[in-house]
Design a protein. Structure first.
Length: 202
């Protein structure tokens, strides 16, 4: 799922995915960057699990209750969003986390396609108190740089069809709808697949 502009959560399919080998694999220049508001983007890891879960819960309650309903949101958070599961997942999946702030006010998770040349953006969340600060755009740019560093030509993500802000955000940044995901977090909504083909240089 995702939101739009930097005014709301900018996210993927809402499923909490984490990563194996989260430690930085790229030069420091590719890891530490700053948003337009001067906040540093750093690579996150298991030590950030509680903060990542706190932000996830805050954003879901602020952004998705109107779309999915409170019951669905709370059921999803109860099933997927706990620090122990998050820490364990960092040891299981090849996913990279980028975070902003201490405490964390924004986060983005991405993982490579096992067979292909895509990098999947699985979530991008910005705390409501920092909507419109340019953090969402900065994190998206950082994910695209990660894709290029991994020699991936495309960034792929999923957005709820009723998440007009999210769809507008990604479309503004050059993403195009390419299909509909077969499975959805709730039968009442569709998850739309978006992709962007990246230029050969950062």
């Amino acid at each position: 799922m995702a939101s739009g502009g930097d005014k709301a959560v900018v996210a993927s399919n809402g499923r909490l995915n984490c990563a194996r080998g989260w430690q930085s694999r790229w030069p420091k220049a590719l890891v530490a960057r700053r948003t337009s508001s001067g906040m540093e983007i750093r690579e996150g890891g298991p030590d950030d699990a509680e903060a990542l879960c706190d932000l996830t819960a805050t954003v879901w309650r602020a952004a998705y209750v109107d779309v999915l309903g409170e019951e669905t949101v709370e059921e999803h958070l109860a099933a997927t969003n706990d620090p122990e599961t998050t820490r364990a997942a960092f040891a299981e999946y090849d996913l990279t986390a980028f975070v902003v702030g201490d405490p964390v006010v924004a986060q983005a998770f991405c993982r490579p396609d096992e067979a292909g040349d895509q990098l999947h953006l699985t979530q991008l969340y910005v705390h409501p108190g920092h909507w419109r600060d340019g953090i969402g755009s900065a994190l998206l740019d950082r994910v695209e740089r990660e894709a290029q560093a991994r020699d991936r030509s495309t960034v792929a993500l999923v957005v709820l069809d009723e998440n007009d802000r999210g769809r507008a955000f990604y479309e503004t940044h050059g993403y195009e709808q390419v299909g509909v995901r077969e499975e959805s977090i709730d039968d009442s909504v569709n998850e739309l697949r978006y992709e962007k083909t990246l230029s050969s240089t950062a």
